[in-house]
Design a protein around this ligand. Structure first.
Ligand SMILES: NC(=O)c1ccc[n+]([C@@H]2O[C@H](COP(=O)([O-])OP(=O)(O)OC[C@H]3O[C@@H](n4cnc5c(N)ncnc54)[C@H](OP(=O)(O)O)[C@@H]3O)[C@@H](O)[C@H]2O)c1
Length: 400
């Protein structure tokens, strides 16, 4: 099969790291499914995989005993079930599916005990921590990763949303009692990005009030169309980065001034003096001090990434006195992925597909993402689908 492949000697800028190569089709285990990939979604994780930071995904897998000296990335797919392992019962050959990226071993005692598999020792992300992702003609996934493809979507739109949508769903619904409900004000960083565009819609579907943060005039309307009740342009502020030391009077008071002005901008955007009960975090180092400061008493800062850096700084005085929660969150379990998919099925969440690339454009779209020059929403890549606009196997056969 043809695949877009990353190798260790090409780690670096994504535009060069991905190269098309011929590879054997992967073998299936008893609970595995081989999916004929129509389209693949583009996510930040394979920017990291291409650069070899923060981890070398190939070396990490080799240390665990896997032999392949390459990485076939891709953690989102739409396609058709081509072949199933002998114990697979939930899907059959010919089913049109989308794939979520949560993997865990079926015989993991944690999973067998019915606990949240996202905490299981064998949990990993398909197409990032696992090989045989969706940037290839065939991908190998576990049976429980397959969900029905929303019939109203094209292959390319169906491939675009699952990773970010399910991650946002867990962040906003997965950490009781801090879950989004009617009227709740929620601060969403990167509102026009992959995660943010899904988060706005999940908040809206739950009756909450999303305030999105963006950089750029064009993104303001974009977020409002998705359901944000207000938008803040982060370019109006300069207090970003790690928190200055509390004992440094000048630096700290400058930072505090910026954080207070940002908090006031949140109230303005919301139209009332209420602070966010949930702060949807992923930029990390650059924004976390502000997130911690503006979060409502008893509220939650929920974080799934550190795109701008990993060193977390919080003013603990506000954190303990106002009893805020700082919660890490990572992808989603089967139920949460299904919950996100149902919102899409019901037409309550749009995949926000922005741009579609040909198979040869795999490096280019990841490079645009790395440079934060990609369009708002989510991008996808045509793999086996012969052109855009096709929604099912019958249409695809007719077009081929
Ligand atoms: N743990 C998980 O399960 C999980 C799942 C999905 C994604 N992630 C991670 O989450 C991060 C975001 O993913 P994504 O798909 O949403 O990426 P994305 O589409 O690139 O969106 C990220 C947004 O962040 C904003 N941003 C960039 N630099 C910023 C800064 N210095 N301060 C504030 N905002 C900034 C940008 O919006 P503006 O420039 O308009 O502000 C951008 O649109 C990535 O690191 C990704 O790896 C983690």
């Amino acid at each position: 099969m043809l695949a877009q492949v990353i190798r260790a000697d090409r780690f670096g800028e994504p535009v060069d790291a991905f190269q098309a190569e011929q590879l054997p089709v992967p073998e299936l285990g008893p609970r595995d499914v081989l999916v004929y990939v129509m389209a693949a979604g583009v996510n930040y994780n394979n920017v990291w995989a291409a650069m070899g930071i923060p981890i070398d995904v190939i070396k990490t897998r080799n240390k665990k005993g896997e032999k392949e000296d390459f990485h076939v990335g891709g953690s989102d797919a739409s396609g058709v079930v081509w072949k199933v392992g002998k114990d697979v019962v939930n899907v059959k050959v010919g089913d049109e599916v989308v794939v979520h990226c949560g993997m865990w071993e079926p015989d993991d005692p944690w999973v067998l005990a019915g606990k949240d598999p996202m905490f299981a020792p064998t949990q990993r992300i398909w197409g990032y921590e696992s090989n045989w992702g969706s940037f290839a003609q065939f991908t190998k996934v576990q049976d429980h990763q397959c969900l029905p493809k929303p019939p109203h979507l094209t292959w390319e739109a169906a491939a675009a949303y699952m990773l970010v949508a399910a991650t946002a769903y867990r962040m906003l619904h997965g950490w009781p009692p801090n879950v989004v409900g009617p009227g709740d004000p929620v601060l969403i960083w990167g509102g026009a990005g992959g995660l943010g565009s899904m988060a706005i819609q999940i908040v809206r579907a739950a009756g909450g009030r999303a305030i999105a943060v963006v950089s750029g005039e064009d993104k303001v309307e974009y977020c409002k169309k998705l359901g944000a009740v207000g938008v803040i342009d982060r370019r109006n502020f300069t207090h970003w980065g790690k928190l200055p030391r509390w004992s440094d009077d000048v630096e700290y008071s400058l930072w505090l001034k910026g954080a207070r002005a940002f908090g006031a901008a949140f109230w303005d955007a919301l139209g009332e003096k209420k602070s966010p009960t949930i702060v949807f975090e992923h930029p990390g180092e650059s924004t976390l001090p502000t997130s911690g400061f503006v979060c409502e008493t008893g509220g939650m800062i929920v974080i799934c990434a550190g795109t701008t850096g990993y060193n977390a700084t919080l003013d603990l005085r506000y954190h303990w006195m106002r009893q805020k929660r700082f919660q890490g969150s990572h992808f989603a379990n089967d139920e949460q992925a299904a919950g996100a998919n149902e919102l899409v099925m019901a037409g309550k969440m749009d995949p926000c597909l922005s741009r579609v690339f040909p198979f040869e454009g795999t490096g280019e779209c990841h490079q645009l993402m790395r440079d934060n020059k990609h369009p708002s929403g989510n991008m996808s890549i045509l793999i086996n689908a012969p052109r855009i606009g096709l929604k099912n196997l019958a249409e695809t056969r007719a077009a081929s």
